[in-house]
Design a protein around this ligand. Sequence first.
Ligand code: C2E
Ligand code: MG
Ligand code: MG
Ligand code: MG
Length: 276
Amino acid sequence: ELALLDAKTQGEAVMFFDAGAHAHAGLEGALAQALTRGEYELHFQPLVDTQARRVVSAEALLRWNSAEHGLQYPGTFMPILERGDHIVEVGAWVLHAACRAACAWPDVRVAVNLSARQFASRDLLETVRSALRESGLAADRLELEITESLMMLNPERTARILRALREDGVRVMLDDFGTGYSSLAYLSRFPLSGLKVDRSFVQQMMREPRGSSAAIVRAMVSLSRDMGLELVAEGIESLNDLEAVKAEGIHVMQGYYFARPSRDWHPPDLDPLPSP
Ligand code: C2E
Ligand code: MG
Ligand code: MG
Ligand code: MG
């Protein structure tokens, strides 16, 4: 009744389940049980400052290591988690686990993705604070990643919560920047630490160096400079990508070229990264 196929499309597993409410409930149940069964895990991927040649942060990426279905990626289960309330609980687990992991790292921040439902929950601030308190991680070593659509759902409330987080010392990054539809004028209303340029711009820019994506990336660079925001480029897969993005003035990067997300990731000890 729960048809779950593990088809690999474009490098990402896609989960098919029959559209019946019963099957859906079954999958939601399995995802809820996953928490008590300890089947969720975090994989970490570094963000590299190519100028200072050091790892500045690592993004925590959720995986479901299901006894039944094998290792599942967010693309397969996040949409279902986000429809129910479990995302709030799972999100809290992610925050706690990420902060705990980062405590073992020397001076490297940890980045945690927040979902809209989790952000909308009343407990968000308290969950963040308790993750910091219980792990002992300094607030300025935690960065939260939110999306434009989450931000625009309730802009007044978002601004209020972001201010409280920033006052605590927590950093806030706008993820997948450029793919949403928030207006640029609105950006300055939110106390963001930085922007993560979506990987689609990097990819498109490489395909068409004189195309509109390159122009948009250039605009993002000057916008972030003027607004005092940090800029991170996602999806750096090759030395060519790295050099093109660097030429546009972006120094902090993330992507398979540096490292794939992995469970056992730990920042390189002491020495800065070797030059590419
Ligand atoms: P995201 O936050 O934009 O994370 C980056 C995604 O790009 C990750 O996919 C990462 O594995 C992938 N990626 C990194 N470098 C490269 C590269 O060089 N090339 C390509 N093609 N891809 C790269 P992943 O882990 O499958 O996560 C997908 C999305 O799921 C994330 O996108 C994020 O929106 C969401 N997600 C992941 N973990 C969590 C979580 O704990 N909570 C919430 N709410 N969302 C999460
Ligand atoms: Mg992210
Ligand atoms: Mg992203
Ligand atoms: Mg993304």
